[in-house]
Design a protein around this ligand. Structure first.
Ligand code: ATP
Ligand code: MG
Length: 395
């Protein structure tokens, strides 16, 4: 029945040149999402609205599901197209539409007609009244409510006539590519995929880095991170995933530094390396899944010590979230099931029984001096052996 979708987006704060960029980016992301769907589509833009029109048979559910992954879309309205064959035929089409879409006739409605073609014989007001009458004749159980209708039936007179009344909620946010790029530190846990999703939702393109520590972390752990990146890329588009071999750095820190400071020092080196790759790949910030107080390395003191190595801004969208709130999002975006698979991530192997929870920056820096002999060389080797995997969700 439906042959097109009207795409709604929130324009607040998006004006002038920014609005143009926003719409351009949104159209591009819609086209990308539609590539994953069966059928051919045309995406057209007129000021303030975007239409997706099917040019062939298509799978309605699949198409809606994919449009729901496009940040920037606030609502998806399925549209019925009819040819303009006079008012009487339009009345019949409208009655058929109401009957199909609302099998239960126990609601109030209002017709909202719009003419973008002024040569139509009735004006908008007349259309509202006349079509309202036709509907009431067909379904006397219905009532009109012009102030607060249950169903707002939109009828747009263009070349063809567009009829729609339902709005399926979109993900909101801003289209990818409208807000620069950032580097996500992606582990196999629950938090970092959610953090990446949340920053991407603000229009930020995402690349990712994973610190792998073979043989302490298995190939399955690496595959798990690739799978998570793939799930996140459903929303973000292709992700360049950098896999950094972190084993020698980790072992060196283990050998030279107090074990209760191992995690915090390790995290500082992860951030340093991630920032290095970020700067080489035009990323303007880093993203982590940290949340205050979740573990010893995420106390306010620990976060401050970790942060100290970075010059780029570090985005921590989960900073004030409880675990349950993070789990809710991960279930919603489909990463939870993968995240809870039991493979070791590189931090769990070396964790001390009693890690410092209030690290002192000066003491940490002093202990890092123990690494002077080899750390630069080890970091360089890690960067030189960066394995880049292009990850993309293909449906
Ligand atoms: P997550 O659920 O995201 O793994 P976590 O609760 O396990 O988080 P930590 O292990 O302390 O927390 O890690 C904090 C953040 O550091 C992660 O959210 C992630 O952004 C980053 N991180 C941790 N380990 C790695 C890793 N092996 N590779 C890349 N990033 C990592
Ligand atoms: Mg983790």
């Amino acid at each position: 029945m439906f042959t097109a979708f009207l795409i709604k987006y929130a324009e607040i704060g998006v004006k002038g040149k920014n609005r143009y960029l926003f719409e351009e980016a949104l159209v591009k992301q819609i086209k990308n999402a539609l590539k994953r769907c069966e059928g051919r589509f045309e995406v057209t833009r007129t000021p303030g609205r975007i239409y997706v029109e099917a040019l062939s048979e298509f799978d309605y559910d699949e198409t809606v599901d994919n449009l729901k992954t496009v940040f920037g879309i606030s609502g998806i309205c399925p549209v019925v197209h009819v040819e303009d064959e006079g008012f009487e035929k339009l009345g019949q089409d409208i009655v058929k539409y109401m009957d199909n879409v609302y099998p239960e006739k126990n609601f109030t409605f209002k017709v909202q007609a719009r003419r973008s073609r002024k040569n139509y014989p009735l004006n908008s007001m007349e259309l509202n009244v006349e079509l309202g009458g036709v509907i009431l004749d067909a379904f006397p159980e219905l009532k009109v409510d012009v102030h607060n209708p249950d169903v707002l039936l939109n009828v747009e007179i263009r070349e063809k006539i567009y009829i729609y009344s339902e709005t399926i909620p979109g993900p909101g946010g801003m289209p990818i590519g409208s807000n620069g790029k950032a580097m996500l530190l992606l582990s196999g846990g629950i938090d970092s995929p959610v953090a990446g999703y949340m920053i991407a939702k603000r229009g930020v393109k995402i690349d990712a880095v994973y610190f792998h520590a073979p043989p302490y972390t298995s190939d399955r752990a690496k595959q798990k991170v690739i799978d998570l990146a793939k799930q996140v890329s459903r929303y973000t588009g292709p992700i360049y995933l950098h896999v950094i071999n972190f084993t020698d750095i980790q072992l060196y820190i283990y050998e030279k530094c107090p074990h209760d400071e191992l995690t915090i020092i390790m995290r500082r080196y992860m951030m340093k390396i991630a920032e290095h790759i970020a700067k080489e790949t035009e990323c303007l910030g880093l993203i982590t899944g940290e949340s205050i107080g979740q573990v010893a390395s995420q106390t306010v003191q620990s976060l401050a010590v970790t942060n100290e190595v970075c010059t780029l801004p570090v985005f921590r969208p989960l900073i004030g979230f409880d675990k349950m709130e993070i789990v809710d999002v991960s279930e919603k975006i489909g990463t939870y099931e993968t995240s809870i698979l039991p493979y070791e991530d590189c931090c769990t192997i070396f964790v001390a029984k009693h890690p410092v929870t209030k690290p002192n920056l000066n003491i940490i820096k002093r202990h890092e001096q123990n690494l002077n002999e080899k750390i630069e060389e080890l970091m360089q080797t890690a960067l030189d052996t960066d394995e880049v995997i292009v990850v993309n969700y293909e449906g």
